[in-house]
Design a protein around this ligand. Structure first.
Ligand code: EPZ
Length: 418
């Protein structure tokens, strides 16, 4: 197991290339099994979740290889409709294979997915979408079995804009007979990546990002290609780190156009934020102010994945910050560890109240999930003394080498094997 050692109290000063987006890469890789050819994904991040998805691809029969920052997936051979439980339980996004395998093989059999514990994470909307397109779905003993000789296009009205259910609906509809319209669809930027890729494979898909997606089913799809968009949550994490510790950071290969609510909050905290094409520069010299109330919402609202990093940046901000988490039921599991470092936070249900403190102190803390781990690293950068951060297996799921990234931004950070 590795641990991260962080010595706080130093202003940041540096620049960093933003990695490819985890939450775009995972559904793209699942989508590649729809095609009867070779797909290439450029700017592919090196993450343990990506490695876990590659294991699923290889298990179902794909040939997968890397060249530089590109990942090649050859799905031209026979594809198996079954994914073993051990592979499914590694992460939540494995559930996207349900729509992809059902579309490609006419059946799919897998268990309920694993992933970050953020409260209940049902799949009822995923199953609603597949059943609407004519799939026969049975759930027994935590296992999902879906069958349909060929799915039939239809109208899928999602009662809430689930990202995963929207992705599963898209993957099920692209090879269905006839047309499909998905209303109430998620509008996250990662869905634009999925639409672009599916189009490069010959699919007829429009409307991603608008809330209403239209798909005309194809007989079959060829291999395609996509350059993966920058990770807006990784970028938000690095900016929050600089807001917390002070200093100046420059992020390139970034996507400011996808980050408006986060940049707005950071400006309210007294940070000077300037943006250019694929570039974000943040400088914090003066006092840190509370960002005011933060309410997480589906895109284009404030992203729930940026809530823990922004909370960590608000710990020493003058004033009181109220956060309301509306997307997940329990996404404050990082609060007790932050309190152990001297933070003044009360959290109950969806609401957390952060009263700014003058100082934080280092400690020995453990990440409980991916973004919670990022919050602890950010708090450590603005704390006095040294912090030992454990549970890096959570952090590695979504950040390419956090030690290297924080060092490039001027942090005093080292990774140790335990
Ligand atoms: C995606 O998860 C992201 N993961 C999450 O990022 C992100 O937090 C989330 O979208 C919201 O933006 C990936 O893209 C791999 P949802 P997903 O379905 O698809 C409820 C990170 O840190 N719901 O939009 O699982 C659900 O319980 C991760 O990178 C149902 O009720 O999210 C939740 O409360 C964490 N029934 C809400 O909707 C369903 O069938 C949003 O979930 C599906 C979801």
């Amino acid at each position: 197991m590795s641990i991260l050692k962080i010595t706080g109290g130093r202003r940041l000063d540096g620049s960093l290339r933003v990695q490819g987006a985890k939450n775009s890469t995972l559904p793209l890789l699942a989508a590649s099994v729809l095609t009867e050819g070779l797909s290439v994904f450029r700017n592919c991040p090196r993450l343990t979740d990506v490695a876990a998805t590659v294991r699923i691809l290889r298990h179902v029969g794909c040939r997968v290889y890397e060249e530089g920052d590109a990942l090649y997936v050859d799905a031209s051979g026979p594809i198996s409709p079954e994914v073993p439980d051990a592979l499914m339980r590694q992460m939540r996004s494995s559930v996207i294979f349900l729509g992809a395998l059902l579309s490609r093989c006419g059946e799919a059999s897998l268990c309920l997915p694993g992933g970050c514990e953020l409260g209940p994470r049902p799949v009822d909307l995923h199953l609603l979408a597949l059943r609407t397109l004519g799939a026969e779905v049975t759930e027994a003993g935590g296992r999902l079995c879906c069958r349909a000789a060929r799915l039939k296009g239809g109208r899928i009205d999602l009662p809430s804009p689930s990202v995963g259910a929207t992705e599963n609906a898209m993957l099920a509809a692209v090879l269905a007979e006839g047309s499909t319209v998905i209303t109430g669809a998620a509008r996250e930027p990662e869905l634009l990546d999925l639409q672009d890729y599916l189009r490069s494979c010959g699919a007829l898909v429009t409307g991603a990002g608008s809330g209403v997606i239209r798909i005309c089913g194809a007989e079959k799809l060829r291999g395609g290609e996509k350059r993966i968009l920058p990770d807006r949550i990784a970028a938000a994490t690095w900016l929050a780190a600089c807001a917390a510790a002070g200093g100046r950071v420059r992020l390139y290969d970034a996507c400011p156009q996808h980050m408006a609510p986060v940049l707005h909050a950071l400006r309210r905290m007294g940070c000077a934020v300037s943006t250019g094409e694929n570039l974000i520069v943040l400088e914090r010299r003066g006092d840190l102010l509370s960002p005011g109330p933060i309410v997480t919402r589906p895109h284009p609202g404030f992203p729930t994945d940026a809530q823990p990093p922004l909370m960590a940046a608000s710990l020493k901000a003058a004033g009181t910050t109220v956060m309301i988490e509306t997307v997940f039921e329990s996404r404050y599991r990082h609060v007790p560890a932050l309190r152990s470092m001297g933070a003044d936070i009360s959290a109950a249900g969806k609401t957390a109240v952060i009263r700014g403190v003058k100082t934080l102190h280092g400690g020995d803390v453990t990440a409980s999930d991916l973004r919670g781990g990022a919050a602890l690293a950010i708090a450590a950068l603005s704390a006095e003394g040294e912090t030992v951060l454990r549970g890096m297996e959570h952090v590695d799921r979504g950040y390419e080498d956090m030690a290297e990234a924080l060092t490039a931004l001027g942090g005093e950070v080292s990774l140790r094997k335990e």
